[in-house]
Write a protein of this length. Structure first.
Length: 284
């Protein structure tokens, strides 16, 4: 009889340690500052308890988590396991940062190993995220009881802010707020946008957001406000029909208005250009 395996891994233990590598977890605990000097608390064991710990209800107490940890703690170098009080004190911001770092890594790893990949001119991106929001209102018959917060003609409603992933073909995150929360406040930019293309409308337009996306190595597509002053730095790529008609040197460091005037009026061209936006309010 052939021994069952998962991609060459002969048993569940090998599979778990392959996915949750102990050395990687311990290194992450030190990088995030959760573990400074490894004494009685083992970060690897703690992660395994939090992930695989079994509880009789959906929300295990710290007491249950502690008991699971002590039951599994068989380090021969330590005669007695960590005390309950000391164990509880480790559940603070450092642990949250450590677990978030692990979660982001494994989400990226899952996306990278996904059979769905971007193709064509977007294949160099890790993912394409589309962010938008929508207001959902209750029946207009309830207008007298629950008037709208932003309009006198509609009944009250809530706003759903959603981020859609093109690689996973699913909603990556969704947040429900009151209808008065502006879209721009819900666009969170951090290190996770590296090599990711973001698509959003003018409701999320902000030069500070653009600066953060560039700082963290991300990319974006957005319409530009009519009062924005921008310069075309260069044309990075374009169809051969267009490039054969124009001189690229004519499109280096020119204003946006001049750029639009120089583009041939006939036909629609798919251009990838680099832009620089000048805004005195943003510079200050």
């Amino acid at each position: 009889m052939k021994t069952s395996s998962y991609k060459g891994l002969k048993n569940l233990k090998d599979c778990v340690f392959h996915k949750l590598n102990p050395d990687f977890i311990e290194n992450k605990s030190r990088e995030t500052g959760f573990i400074k000097r490894k004494r009685k608390l083992d970060p690897v064991l703690l992660v395994f308890v939090l992930v695989f710990g079994v509880s009789s209800h959906l929300k295990p107490t710290l007491e249950e988590i502690y008991r699971h940890y002590v039951d599994l703690d068989d380090n021969p170098k330590i005669k007695t396991s960590i005390r309950n009080q000391s164990f509880r004190k480790r559940f603070k911001d450092d642990l949250v940062t450590f677990l978030k770092s692990l979660l982001n890594h494994y989400i990226d790893q899952t996306a990278h190993q996904s059979p769905a990949h971007l193709k064509g001119i977007v294949e160099d991106f890790k993912d394409i995220l589309v962010q938008d929001s929508s207001i959902i209102r209750i029946s207009k018959k309830l207008y007298d009881l629950h008037p709208a917060a932003r309009s006198r003609d509609d009944s009250a409603g809530l706003k759903i802010h959603a981020v859609y992933s093109s690689v996973s073909h699913s909603v990556k995150s969704a947040i429900i707020t009151s209808e008065r929360v502006h879209d721009s406040k819900m666009l969170k930019i951090g290190r996770e946008v590296e090599n990711i293309l973001l698509l959003y409308d003018l409701g999320y337009y902000s030069l500070k957001t653009v600066s953060k996306i560039q700082e963290y190595g991300g990319f974006f597509v957005s319409r530009v406000k009519t009062n924005a002053v921008f310069n075309v730095v260069t044309i990075n790529s374009g169809p051969s029909d267009f490039l054969s008609l124009v001189d690229r040197n004519c499109f280096i460091n020119i204003s946006g208005d001049d750029f639009l005037e120089k583009i041939p009026k006939k036909g629609v061209f798919d251009l990838i250009c680099s832009f620089h936006i000048d805004d005195e309010r943003f510079k200050t």
